[in-house]
Unconditional design. Structure first.
Length: 732
């Protein structure tokens, strides 16, 4: 134990003693981190105080810094310590901590003697077999199929990308369940992933449902229902119906016969009702429109129907149980911390219900215990309230003994003409290899200044590294082949009017069978139907203004007649000329444009240009505050153009109103980013790659199908310094 500044005590292993040239005694120390000394900071307050983290960080210190000697034990993160064994040492470690990408990684050296004697000690119990890497066989090969749950899924951008990328690594990732509160986003996901069970309750109700489902499965799966002579299940119906369709001689007053149970929920699927476990009942003699949700307590006489529902539901996996899910991904709502929210709670961020969803996400991970976890959020999670929510998410994973790694990724670096920064947090079970972050494939300048604590988390090449990068994409690369449409276009389907002009366009127009790898070969076949290529219709006044915005690079409201820009870069009305009034009576130059950002912004009524990279696709094309006008058409970007900037294939369709479709796309994770991360996860599931935080993607990865990709040769794993495997006294 070493005494540092302000009396703080630190832990380290003495590597050597030496005497300096000025006859002073020093020692070299290899440091161990306490949980609160890592990037988790005060968010690690609930961690085991005896747990520390191994590191390779060394430095030299005067010998009088040594305070005391402590016993440190190396253990496996796969075991759970009990009190009597903890009394045998002062501290223990089971993971390595590295500042780069805030990495917590399982140690890869040989198991310690503690692990080999744990079975006879009685003080350590192993984790359940269904969460200790069941996808890994005795030969070390992962199973070829992984099952995915997408939480806060939106329309499925991240999970779609993950599934595509995993297939490129020869791992079949199947999205079996998804959860989102937005009706139209659920419809879009279901339309494009018809085999997925898509649910819409709040995440906390979903977690409660999973726990109740587990209880039902334990209760009914191993039992045989007691059959009545007529196998009738009688129950009181929730509604007070006066209906004579049932024979009054057979059914007591106020009771109805249950035909079958068809669904389950926790809470209330409508706006009324109490929270609790409910079953959806189809009543004998009534249509499906008359199905009702009934509290399970009111179905006590329907044990045979409940038994059938549970057995069939478990067989078809309508809900996941612990051990059923290999991968949990999701982006908990970010509106509570996003910089676009002017009403953020700076003093108590966790008081905002939207921020609490990060905790619910981690609670679901803790219950289901998947092999891999991927959480996404906006970069403000690293800036807001000293990154307390990011530190909290990391802390929860590490406390659950998951390996973890955090990185900031720019979408444009993976073949999109959109900058868009997002933060991703990997988690991996100790038996799995921790996925890496894929290095950029395209030469995009990352204009981002992270907080100092996270300056080593941006996924990019070092300045002195060679950069085998492709040229950055621009707007023309993505949308120049799309048909011209007017501001009031109402068609949801139309034909393409010309062939693809760029590599990106050829890729984005690929059929679904080829995009996801089911095609057996042959030339690409372009689809002849284009979906969702329609813009949000402009008002009469806005359309009149847009028509007068010049079709040139950098044009915006400042180019309207009657505007002058001073030396202070502030736009003002030109008092020397008469103000132009539109037929509606409103001014051509609106006051809100002149007042936006104190008159210094160029964004209101701004035109994008063909050779530009778009900053970020947002949830609504608001031309009053964003540059969203088409370069040479008098309208905002269409739904499909925004979808292309997010990397959604042209076959991917969206549901709901025009405004709802824009929102789904703006909230989504860019598909190419998910695709690159899915490829990295697939390699990790196969045990390929080294232990470093970054990996290189194959050439032409961004715009190639898996028919054209060859698997990269795995890089040799570096030799790690061996760690003592038995309890020893380390002076620290």
């Amino acid at each position: 134990m070493l005494q540092g500044q302000e009396g703080q005590m630190h832990i380290g292993k003495i590597v050597e003693f030496f005497r300096s040239t000025d006859e002073e005694d020093y020692f070299r120390v290899q440091w161990f981190y306490k949980a609160e000394d890592t990037i988790m900071k005060e968010q690690a307050a609930s961690h085991d105080t005896k747990r520390v983290f191994y590191s390779t960080v060394m430095n030299d210190n005067p010998i009088d810094c040594i305070s005391s000697k402590v016993n440190i034990m190396k253990i496996s993160p796969k075991i759970v310590l009990k009190r009597q064994l903890c009394q045998k040492f002062d501290f223990y470690f089971d993971m390595e901590y590295c500042v780069e990408y805030s990495t917590f990684r399982a140690l890869t050296s040989a198991p310690s003697d503690l692990e080999t004697t744990a079975a006879t000690d009685g003080g350590i119990s192993a984790l359940p077999s269904n969460i200790s890497g069941e996808s890994v066989s005795k030969s070390g090969n992962c199973k070829r199929e992984l099952v995915l749950l997408d939480l806060f899924s939106g329309c499925g951008g991240m999970s779609t990308g993950l599934c595509m990328g995993s297939k490129l690594s020869d791992v079949d990732l199947v999205m079996r369940w998804a959860l989102d509160s937005n009706k139209y986003a659920r419809e879009s996901l279901k339309l494009n992933h018809p085999g997925t069970q898509v649910r819409g309750e709040p995440a906390e109700d979903f977690l409660a449902l999973l726990k109740e489902w587990e209880k039902l499965c334990k209760k009914y799966m191993d039992t045989v229902p007691e059959k009545t002579h007529s196998r009738r299940s009688m129950a009181s119906k929730a509604e007070n119906w006066n209906d004579d369709r049932l024979n009054e001689a057979d059914v007591a007053a106020g009771e109805f016969e249950v035909s079958k149970i068809v669904d389950i929920c926790f809470g209330h699927p409508s706006s009324s009702g109490n929270h609790g476990l409910k079953l959806k009942v189809h009543w004998k003699g009534y249509s499906v429109n008359d199905d009702t949700w009934e509290p399970i307590e009111s179905l006590s006489n329907c044990q045979d129907s409940i038994h059938d529902f549970v057995r069939n539901g478990r067989k078809s996996k309508i809900l996941p149980l612990p051990g059923d899910v290999d991968v949990v991904c999701g982006g908990p709502p970010c509106q509570g911390i996003s910089g676009y929210n002017r009403f953020r709670n700076f003093d108590s961020p966790l008081d905002d219900e939207r921020n609490q969803q990060i905790g619910v996400f981690m609670d679901i991970v803790q219950f289901l215990k998947p092999n891999f976890v991927l959480m996404e959020n906006v970069v403000d999670i690293l800036r807001f309230d000293k990154a307390s929510l990011a530190r909290y998410a990391l802390s929860r994973l590490v406390q659950m003994k998951y390996q973890a790694r955090l990185g900031t990724v720019a979408a444009g670096c993976y073949g999109l003409p959109q900058f868009r920064l997002r933060v991703f947090l990997w988690g991996a079970h100790p038996c799995e290899k921790l996925p890496q972050f894929p290095l950029p494939t395209h030469d995009v300048v990352v204009r981002y200044w992270p907080p100092p604590a996270f300056e080593r988390n941006t996924v990019a090449y070092d300045e002195d590294q060679p950069r085998p990068l492709e040229k950055a994409l621009v707007l023309e690369d993505a949308i120049s082949d799309l048909p011209a449409v007017s501001s009031n276009e109402h068609r949801d389907e139309m034909p393409y009017d010309k062939p693809p002009e760029t590599e990106f366009q050829r890729f984005i127009r690929s059929p679904e069978s080829e995009m996801i790898g089911h095609s057996k070969g042959g030339a690409r076949i372009a689809k002849d139907v284009l979906y969702d290529h329609r813009p949000y219709s402009l008002s009469e006044e806005d359309y009149a203004r847009v028509c007068q915005i010049p079709k040139k690079k950098g044009a915006n409201f400042r180019d309207l007649p009657g505007v002058v820009v001073g030396a202070d870069n502030v736009a003002r009305r030109d008092q020397k000329i008469e103000q132009v009034i539109l037929p509606s009576g409103k001014p051509l130059v609106p006051d809100f444009a002149l007042k936006f950002s104190q008159g210094k912004s160029r964004r209101p009524y701004g035109r994008l240009w063909w050779d530009e990279t778009v900053p970020t696709v947002v949830t609504y094309p608001d031309l009053h505050s964003q540059a969203v006008l088409h370069p040479d058409q008098d309208r905002v970007l269409t739904i499909r153009e925004c979808a292309r900037l997010q990397g959604f294939p042209d076959y991917y369709r969206f549901c709901g109103s025009v405004k709802a479709r824009y929102r789904q796309i703006g909230n989504a994770v860019a598909v190419p980013v998910g695709r690159a991360l899915g490829y990295a996860m697939g390699l990790a599931a196969l045990g390929l790659g080294d232990d470093g935080p970054l990996m290189t993607l194959p050439k032409k990865f961004s715009h190639s199908t898996n028919l054209q990709l060859s698997e990269p040769e795995p890089e040799p794993e570096p030799e790690l310094e061996p760690v003592e495997a038995v309890p020893i006294d380390w002076i620290s």
